[in-house]
Design a protein around this ligand. Structure first.
Ligand SMILES: [Zn+2]
Length: 509
């Protein structure tokens, strides 16, 4: 007699996502791992007196979602500070900041505004934010975090630390819009301490579990998060498998400590070393092969934040130390530069990844496949790829070469889905991929789900442990209220998560 299971999910439609269309009625978990997948009858043999049997009432069970690109503190920030993602206009954003100003007497901070979704398509200005407060600094981060808007009080306090080239001016006067390195002092000013960081992470992990997320690849830069994750893990309070991608500022320290990719516990592990190479489309700082279609004064093709030579040094150090590398590259010139560097370092075996990889003109899809790098992409960004969206404005005709998930998959490129927390919501991303405007971007429901599970597990070198419902894998599972295969494609994002399990434990119900 095999030992009884700790928990059985039965009367379910278990999609293993291991083989296309493979489904079973039940799954059993013991000691955190899946011990049987099969018919309700077969799995019932593992039922003991102490086994918790969950009747799923015919609902879909999937491997838990793994979000391959997160900034968990951002999820927490929206729960604590002014949430500007929900503002539909500059005036509404200002209202939300005003409401936040009344709750606090320090800095007034808002996160996530996205002018490209407004009728009045413009950045928030110094004037807007002066109307919130003339004495206290007011800071509104754009959704991409590469652009921010500030009031006069904030310019007074932080302006000296901002490089002139990254502070927008009009007629010699700052407009209140700052980009790239001029945003850094604002990050510093708003940086949470250890206790606040813990609160943000705990709020974020609760939200993640609610959304069916069981694992994240989290980007950590000069943050208390790594210590918070390990402390939560040690206390048994971490309910999200966290792979820490350390910023290059930590590279030497990580190498000195001897940490390699994959080191850690079942819940917290060292992931990759992360860097930017270029900026974003929002700020017209993504590095392009050809100039932007809508550059206001003269031509610009974006900028290097970390150029290929500097990148090569980082990758060499990380690779030699047994560390995976992941490089943010959005524009086609940046992606080409990263792939050239990766081609020198056995990218497939080391799982080196390109984050975002948004504009893939010309040969870049084939080049990706040749190099064997992982494309760590954000299907939720397709919300900007619709008619009159951001990509249309910035890129014109090249909009057709944005996020060609279908072509990447067909070329054999490993595809990992994540959200970049804009917003964190796997089912929203899956709906975007399934309903993508262009055939080169569109995936089937199964393909999209696989990218958010198996693909993300592969991207962390953990496909033997996570990402599908198979015997021997960790019991990270999600139960959905409705089937994404049965509802209309444009309703997938509305599906509710009924239950989330991590290592067989129910972390959300
Ligand atoms: Zn990011």
């Amino acid at each position: 007699m095999p030992a009884p299971a700790d928990r059985i999910l039965t009367n379910a439609e278990v999609h293993t996502l291991a083989e296309p269309d493979e489904t079973h009625e039940a799954v059993a978990v013991r000691d955190g791992r899946i011990v049987r997948v099969g018919s309700a009858y077969e799995v019932a043999f593992l039922e003991g007196v102490a086994t918790d049997v969950v009747d799923c009432e015919g609902n879909v069970v999937l491997p838990g979602f793994i979000d391959a690109h997160t900034h968990l503190e951002m999820v927490g920030q929206h729960l604590v500070h002014a949430d500007l993602r929900r503002a539909g206009s500059p005036a509404e954003a200002v209202d939300r900041l005003r409401a936040r100003a009344e709750e606090t007497d320090g800095l007034v901070v808002g996160y996530g505004y996205d002018e490209s979704t407004w009728n009045e398509t413009r950045y928030l200005t110094r004037e807007d934010l002066d109307s919130v407060s003339e004495t206290r600094p007011v800071i509104a981060f754009r959704e991409d975090m590469h652009t921010a808007s500030v009031n006069a009080a904030a310019l007074d306090r932080y302006g000296d630390e901002m490089p002139d080239g990254d502070v927008e001016t009009e007629g010699g006067e700052p407009t209140g819009v700052v980009v790239e390195e001029a945003v850094d002092p604002l990050f510093e000013a708003t940086e949470p301490d250890y206790a606040e960081t813990r609160d943000l992470v705990v709020a974020a992990q609760e939200r993640a579990n609610e959304l069916g997320v069981t694992g994240v690849h989290d980007m950590c830069r000069d943050s208390h998060k790594p210590r918070v994750y390990r402390a939560l893990d040690a206390a048994g309070d971490l309910t999200l498998r966290t792979r820490i991608n350390y910023w290059t500022t930590h590279l030497d320290s990580v190498v000195d400590t001897g940490l390699q990719t994959g080191h850690g516990s079942a819940m917290v592990r060292t992931g990759a070393i992360k860097t930017y190479t270029d900026g974003t489309f929002g700020g017209r700082t993504a590095k392009l092969r050809e100039p932007y279609a809508d550059a206001p004064d003269g031509e610009t093709d974006g900028k290097w934040v970390v150029d290929p030579d500097a990148l090569d040094e980082f990758v060499a150090t990380a690779h030699d130390a047994g560390l995976q590398f992941t490089a943010h590259a959005i524009g086609d010139a940046a992606v080409a530069g990263v792939l050239d560097v990766f081609s020198e370092y056995a990218a497939a075996a080391a799982r080196h990844r390109v984050e975002h990889a948004e504009l893939l003109t010309g040969d870049l899809v084939e080049r990706f496949a040749e190099v064997g790098a992982v494309a760590s992409v954000q299907p939720n960004f397709l919300k900007w790829a619709r008619d009159d969206g951001l990509y249309d404005a910035r890129l014109g005709d090249r909009r057709g070469d944005v996020m060609p998930f279908r072509e990447l998959l067909d070329a054999g490129v490993p595809l990992a889905f994540g959200s970049d927390c804009m917003p964190m919501d796997p089912l929203f991303g899956i709906e975007q991929a399934v309903t993508a405007p262009d055939a080169s971007q569109r995936l089937s429901v199964t393909e999209a789900l696989r990218a958010y599970t198996h693909g993300a597990a592969y991207a962390a070198g953990e496909a033997d442990e996570l990402g599908t419902v198979e015997v021997g894998k960790r019991g990270d599972l999600v139960v959905l209220d409705e089937s994404p295969w049965a509802v209309a494609d444009e309703r997938i994002a509305d599906i509710d998560v009924a239950m989330t399990l991590v290592g067989g434990d129910v972390v959300y119900r």
